[in-house]
Design a protein around this ligand. Structure first.
Ligand code: SF4
Length: 469
């Protein structure tokens, strides 16, 4: 599974751009492809966006140019739209109400259909992003107040969105009625901070106030923070359970829960469901560290650092001629031979998608002297693609969709492979019926009148004729 996106907003600080920059730094794990900040002093709007990490996109000079007491920021991992600067967010347009910018986390499942409809009636799109569809819908609204125009637009879109708009002298944040993606509010003195995860508040010294509710819109301006309900929350929410397994940082609070706490529970439950005859537990760092700690704790086996991750790996395009076998995994991970040699080990990872990286890792562990490798996954098998903002491959490329556990065990070359059960996963969160688990179960929460999200998402037609393949 790949990352998604991060959104951030700052209102009421003369250092809005600097705060947004630091907040985006803390949220870098949610997207590394591009980053951007748009600021306003209530009159003038300034923007800077670029490809790559936050540290590469911004420097002192660019931040100094981003004046104003309002800012919104975005880190992108492309899920819809190609990898290109025109698709880097936040996205800014000029329309009848002046300049309006948006930062979006999520995927609109009906964006293609809406886009086609608007193009047929004369709209011209600048990017391939689904977020631009929302701005066009706002521009077409006949309502007068900005929050009513945004509510009008959101009434037409389906899918996952946590949004922060910057409209001249105010910020407006909104979360879809199913609450797929997280979005929370914090306070820093007189300033208001909005962020995908609370770890962005910690870096700023801000305090967590609360989550924005599904179907809630929050308007932040000189009068303070006003809450407006633009839609009733869905009777069953669809909060993405993968936020706890992988996407969010363990030091964050997401959906009102402490991620570290849930991740440890996943590990404990995994140990109960899938014990292994082993000497030590190791994790695939960093995302699986906390699940592995939970596993070690419940199993009574010692937790060891058997794999070291190189944190300074950017995108690597060149395959060296003399490269060793599995160089792409070696560049990221290195085994600690003294820990692994002649040991029977439990390796804990958060998920298996295609299986190719894990296969190379397992080879590396045996080459380092491991006597046995028992692979334990802190999530059920990923058997279905996500249409709600996570970059999962086509179903045919998901190894668990096309192979049995025994076949995967043999492909990976492990002594044993076990997953956490769907029930086990659900038992780790309060209120499990209010979570989306579609990538494990295929039960997509947005299926309407029998129309699968794949039909709407890929074909833009809602034809209902395309079975998930
Ligand atoms: Fe999250 Fe999976 Fe649902 Fe996508 S399909 S929103 S990754 S739980």
């Amino acid at each position: 599974m790949k990352e998604e996106c991060a959104v951030l907003g700052v209102y009421g600080s003369e250092e809005a751009a600097q705060l947004a920059y630091l907040g985006l730094y803390a949220l870098q794990h949610r997207g590394q492809e591009s980053s951007g900040i748009i600021t306003s002093d209530g009159e003038q709007v300034h923007e800077h966006r670029g490809m790559g990490l936050v540290s590469k996109v911004f420097d002192e000079k660019t931040l100094a140019r981003l004046g104003g007491h309002l800012a919104i920021g975005h880190n992108r991992y492309s899920t819809t739209g190609m990898s290109h600067i025109v698709n880097a967010q936040p996205f800014l347009v000029d329309c009848k109400i002046g300049k309006i910018a948006v930062a979006h986390n999520g995927n609109l499942v009906n964006a293609a259909a809406l886009r086609r409809e608007m193009e047929e009636s004369g709209s011209i799109f600048r990017s391939t992003m689904d977020s631009e569809v929302i701005l066009h819908l706002i521009a077409r609204s006949e309502r007068r107040a900005i929050h009513a125009m945004i509510a009008d637009a959101l009434g037409r879109v389906q899918g996952a969105y946590s949004l922060i708009f910057l409209v001249k002298d105010r910020l407006v944040a909104a979360r879809d009625p199913r609450g797929f993606r997280p979005l929370c509010i914090g306070r820093l003195g007189d300033a208001t901070i909005l962020a995908s995860e609370s770890c962005a508040f910690d870096i700023l010294g801000a305090t967590y106030a609360r989550e924005i509710e599904p179907g809630e819109m929050v308007v932040v301006d000189e009068r303070g923070v006003e809450s407006v309900r633009f839609a009733e929350p869905a009777p069953r929410l669809s909060r993405c359970i993968f936020e706890f397994i992988y996407f969010s940082r363990p030091d964050s609070r997401v959906f009102g829960e402490n991620v570290d706490k849930i991740r440890r529970k996943l590990g404990r439950r995994l140990a109960e469901e899938a014990p292994a005859p082993a000497d030590i537990v190791i994790s695939v760092p960093d995302s699986s560290n906390t699940i592995a700690l939970g596993y070690a704790n419940a199993s009574g086996l010692p937790f060891e650092l058997g794999l070291i991750r190189n944190h300074y790996v950017g995108r690597t395009f060149i395959q060296p001629r003399q490269a060793a076998r599995d160089w792409d995994v070696r560049i990221k991970f290195n085994p600690v031979r003294g820990v692994l040699k002649d040991r029977s080990i439990v390796v804990v990872d958060d998920s298996i998608v295609r299986g190719s990286t894990m296969r190379k890792l397992v080879r590396m562990l045996y080459a380092a002297g491991a006597a046995q490798v028992h692979l334990r996954i802190g999530a059920p098998p990923v058997t279905h693609s996500c249409y709600y903002g996570i970059d999962t491959p086509n179903r045919s490329e998901l190894i668990a969709a096309t192979h049995s556990t025994a076949e995967i065990e043999s492909y990976l070359g492990v002594d044993s492979l076990r997953y956490l059960s769907v029930e086990g996963l659900r038992s780790c969160v309060d209120d499990p019926d209010n979570y989306c688990t579609a990538c494990f179960s295929g039960e997509y929460p947005t299926v309407r009148n029998g129309v699968h999200p794949k039909d709407i998402f890929e074909h833009g037609c809602g034809c209902g004729g395309c079975e998930e393949s």
